[in-house]
Design a protein. Sequence first.
Lengths: 116, 116
Amino acid sequence: AQTVTQSQPEMSVQEAETVTLSCTYDTSESNYYLFWYKQPPSRQMILVIRQEAYKQQNATENRFSVNFQKAAKSFSLKISDSQLGDTAMYFCAFMKHLSTGNQFYFGTGTSLTVIP
Amino acid sequence: GAGVSQSPSNKVTEKGKDVELRCDPISGHTALYWYRQSLGQGLEFLIYFQGNSAPDKSGLPSDRFSAERTGGSVSTLTIQRTQQEDSAVYLCASSLASQGAFYGYTFGSGTRLTVV
C-alpha cells in the first residue's frame, strides 16, 4: 500500500517570505509521480507542481519548487515570495501507473495562511 | 466543456433519502475519478473509470454507494439511504488517460453534501 503523510496540519507565513511544506510517502515502487495540489476556498483542486520519480532534478514552477529526496521518500514544497493568493489547503499526492490505469493517493493536507 | 463540471454545488438532504451527484468531465477525457473529502481530512478515493474497462470500485465505503458512467462521459454517484457520516465534499476529476501521469488530473469544484 502507498501512504502519503503531511505532518503539518496548519502553517502560516508573512507575505513575501518563504515557506516550506513537508510531505513524506511510503512505497515499494521505483517509478511513480508526485504532485502538489492547491485547494482554495472555491474547493477546486489546482495542480501546482509535479515530479517524476526517475528524474533527479527538482521541479520548479515560478515561485514554487520542490525538494525531492527519493531515498528518504520526501517531497517538500517551497513557496518563495509568498502572496496572499497562496492562502489555501495544499495536498501532496502520489501516483503510480498501472496497466489498468493510474492509482492516486493523497495526504491529509496542510492549511497555509499568508499573513499581510 | 472547458473544465470539469459538478452539480449540484451544494446539496442538503434528510437522513435516509437517496442523492445523486453528477460529474461532467472534460470532453474526450477517458479517465474519471470520484473522491470524498470529509471536514479536515484528505481525499478518500471512491471509484475510478477508465474508458470501457470495468471500473475500480475498491474505494466505495459501503453498498449504499454506487456510480455509473454513461457513454464514457457523464458520471453519476448515487448514495442510497444517506447517513450523517456521508456529509462531505465529493470531488470528481478527469484526465486523458495517457496524460494523467504527466499532468495530473483536472478537478471539479465538488458537491458539498450535508445530511441532516
